[in-house]
Design a protein around this ligand. Structure first.
Ligand SMILES: *Cc1c(COP(=O)(O)O)cnc(C)c1O
Length: 426
């Protein structure tokens, strides 16, 4: 038995499913998890000393690669000053300044500890500000696991919120309306029916929790217009896209200004951090200034702020990094598509910058319905094969691939060889 298998056997006895976040259990590909001991650059190392090229990057944060020296050094230094004070610190001001400087749409920002918390708080803020209750979210978009956002992804366009999880009372989701990604008409219908009650539209500007689905031309603009017409707020959930597509996130990439933005993943540089922010007049409703309560004992933690600031500062000082990363990614994903074509597989590769997904379907993927046409068994087979070859992919058809600056041409070529090997083996 491998060490990973032994650890998993122990883990399942005392941790639900053996993991602290469900996707890590590898159930959707019928496998069990590798227990990771360390990571460096583009590589992960498991407890059995196997080495993997990592295409998860801690689900996004590791844009500079694992264990980047400046980030690590800054964190070690920060630790020497104490781990947490539960009091105001200069480094929080530094972080807030940095975020406001990098994103013109953000005039005030509040730090929290996860993406879930950021989104939950942004929704509360939008509701408090507009004095309205309903929100529109898109089927297949994930916004963390707070009650009101766990709405049955498969429920029809006009279906009012049915909870997607046990333990979520109907009352918590009755104000969550579902619309179809890339389908403005499905949004309009809600606004026509109850536009005066809609506080906000929340969207992943690039949907990256049903694989990777780019917004079609005009979709984000259309949302902006509808929100303006009906006095609702537009919330961009940039937990994945923020500081990944570019230093100014998807809003910079597509040139659309949301009212509120949520961050997570990258902003913490690998530490547990989230943030939400936006227009001053909206954010001023958050306690202790205004009537929307939101708090956090460890929010703005100095170690987490340090990791985030160090990584963001490097990225800010090197705009060429994003150009390099996105160019590398364009080439990489195109080559995957070329391999599929050459080997006679009609599968689709979607990508925006370094975020990408190989869908095992012939259907063009533009929303949840089309994503669901993917052959998840075929994906599982591919994913397990790649793992055996030392390529660590997200263990689900509906998760993104994340490239980092540590993925050299050589590493990417090696990966492409393995992909080619898989598709020409029969
Ligand atoms: C991961 C994710 C979240 C939740 O963030 P956590 O830190 O896991 O709570 C929210 N929104 C999007 C778009 C995400 O990808």
């Amino acid at each position: 038995m491998t060490k990973s298998e032994a650890l998993f056997q122990e883990a399942v006895k005392i941790i639900p499913g053996g993991v602290n976040s469900p996707v890590r259990a590898f159930r959707s590909i019928g496998a069990t998890p590798k227990f990771i001991k360390s990571a460096k650059g583009a590589y992960l190392f498991d407890e059995d000393n196997n080495q993997y090229i990592d295409y998860i990057g801690s689900w996004g944060p590791m844009i500079l690669g694992h264990g980047q020296k400046e980030v690590l050094d800054s964190v070690v230094d920060a630790c020497k000053c104490g781990l947490s004070f539960g009091a105001a610190t200069g480094i929080e001001v530094e972080m807030a300044k940095l975020v406001c400087e990098l994103l013109p749409s953000i005039e005030m920002v509040r730090m929290v500890n996860s993406g879930t918390e950021a989104v939950m708080s942004a929704i509360r803020t939008a509701r408090g500000f507009t004095r309205r209750s309903k929100i529109i979210k898109f089927t297949g978009c994930y916004h963390g696991h707070s009650d009101g956002l766990l709405v049955k992804a498969g429920s029809g366009v006009m279906t009012e919120g049915i909870p997607d999880s046990l333990g979520v009372p109907l009352g918590c989701t009755q104000d969550t309306l579902s619309a179809n990604y890339n389908d403005l008409d499905s949004v309009k219908e809600h606004f026509h029916r109850c536009g005066e009650e809609i506080a906000a539209v929340i969207v992943e500007p690039v949907a990256a929790n049903m694989g990777v689905v780019p917004p079609l031309q005009g979709f984000l603009e259309g949302l902006r217009d509808l929100c303006d017409t009906y006095g609702a707020l537009l919330i961009f959930d940039e937990v994945i896209t923020g500081f990944r597509l570019g230093i100014d996130g998807a809003q910079g990439y597509y040139g659309i200004t949301p009212d509120l933005t949520t961050f997570g993943k990258i902003i913490g540089g690998g530490m547990p951090v989230g943030a939400y922010g936006g227009k001053r007049e909206i954010m001023e409703i958050v306690a202790p200034l205004g009537g929307v309560y939101q708090a956090g004992t460890l929010s703005g933690n100095p170690i987490a702020m340090t990791a985030g600031i160090t990584q963001l500062t490097i990225l800010k000082e090197h705009p060429e990094y994003y150009l390099e990363l996105n160019k590398k990614a364009d080439k990489f994903y195109k080559k995957i598509q070329d391999i599929l074509q050459k080997e006679g597989y009609p599968y689709k590769v979607n990508h925006v910058g370094s975020l990408g997904c190989l869908y095992f379907t012939e259907t063009e993927v533009i929303d949840y319905e089309s994503a669901k046409t993917s052959d998840t068994k075929a994906f599982a087979n591919y994913c397990n094969y790649m793992m055996e070859q030392g390529i660590y992919l997200a263990p689900s058809q509906f998760e993104a691939m994340f490239l980092s600056l540590a993925h050299t041409d050589e590493i990417l070529e090696k990966t492409l060889e393995m992909i080619e090997q898989y598709f020409c083996r029969k």
